[in-house]
Design a protein. Structure first.
Length: 297
DNA sequence: CGGTACTACAC
RNA sequence: CUUGUGUAGUACCG
């Protein structure tokens, strides 16, 4: 339990809630488990936003479970979305804006995904540059990234960068929020952050900053990399280094309860000394990167 | 500068 | 029915 006096040091204002409402509404996304739609919310806007603000500031805000929806991936698989209620998405937007302001300046320069003023072209551009003077690249991907994020480690990471009680309280509640499956069954969420949560991409970046970016900086500072969410390229000079670093990364990520995707993770030899053993190019963010040239599809 | 309506791509 | 973050483009309103 938390009381008003603990959280009023970083007050949530009604303006913040209204701005968040406008931002979330601009997506025109569908409703969550309560089936509330934008038309209804607009008709009851004053009372609903006031109620939400009041709950957020008092610490009595509890999110509803997320609505699970399976969508087809173009790769052929299935992706499980966890769709929060409209009001829960608005609440997340309030916290996301606040938390992002605190952590964003500290993020690694080689992190490109889900970040303001950054795009995949910058990541691909940097990958191309690093490919010129590094013969080997590790193209790695994390299996079920959003779904496997450990809650305790996630909270530890957030706590390190933000001490606002209300942020910590609600981030934990959003992580722990239940799931209502399409057949109507309620299940608990033990790991992961919902794919569909406004704050999830930011939480993912915080998690990977601690688990990977910062770890690379201290343990392999001479190896440049580019990270876009869970899609990473690490550059190495030699085959031996590539094998060793990949192994170390695997160990590190496992300590953070993450697993490398066995199919999508590979060592690439961009200049042909070991051309028999490794592929000589790799796909990154929709581009194919090879030694002399780069092509889109 | 603020807001709306679409489109496309990455994850 | 299908969510989210980010980027880019086009049109429009104040």
């Amino acid at each position: 339990m938390i009381d008003y006096y603990e959280i009023k040091s970083q007050p949530i204002t009604r303006v913040m809630v209204f701005q968040a409402y406008k931002k979330v509404r601009a997506n025109k996304g569908s409703g969550g488990v309560d089936n509330m739609d934008w038309e209804w919310l607009e008709n009851n806007l004053k009372t609903e936003l006031y109620k939400l603000w009041n709950r957020l500031t008092s610490g009595s805000y509890f999110p509803m479970p997320v609505k699970e929806v399976a969508i087809k991936k173009k790769g052929g698989g299935e992706r499980k979305l966890g769709i929060p209620t409209l009001l829960d998405r608005i609440a997340q937007q309030v916290a996301k804006t606040h938390l992002e302001r605190m952590v964003e300046p500290q993020f690694h320069n080689s992190s490109f995904g889900y970040r303001p003023s950054r795009n995949c072209h910058q990541a691909v551009d940097q990958a191309c540059k690093n490919t010129f003077n590094h013969d080997f690249a590790i193209d790695l991907d994390i299996k079920g990234f959003f779904d496997s994020i450990d809650h305790e480690l996630m909270m530890k990471a957030v706590r390190f960068y933000c001490q606002d009680k209300w942020v910590l309280l609600y981030v934990e509640r959003w992580l722990k929020a239940g799931i209502v499956q399409q057949d109507g069954n309620h299940i608990d969420r033990l790991t992961g952050t919902p794919q569909g949560g406004v704050i999830s991409p930011l939480l993912a970046n915080i998690f990977m900053y601690v688990s990977f970016d910062k770890w690379m900086e201290t343990n392999h500072p001479e190896k440049p990399f580019e990270r876009y969410a869970d899609d990473v390229v690490v550059h190495c000079k030699t085959e031996k280094q590539a094998i060793y670093v990949l192994k170390q990364i695997g160990v590190r990520l496992r300590k953070c309860q993450l697993t490398l995707h066995p199919e999508k993770t590979q060592i690439v030899n961009v200049r042909g000394k070991a051309e028999k053993k490794y592929p000589k190019g790799y796909d990154f963010l929709g581009f194919t990167i090879r030694p002399q040239w780069q092509s889109h599809w």
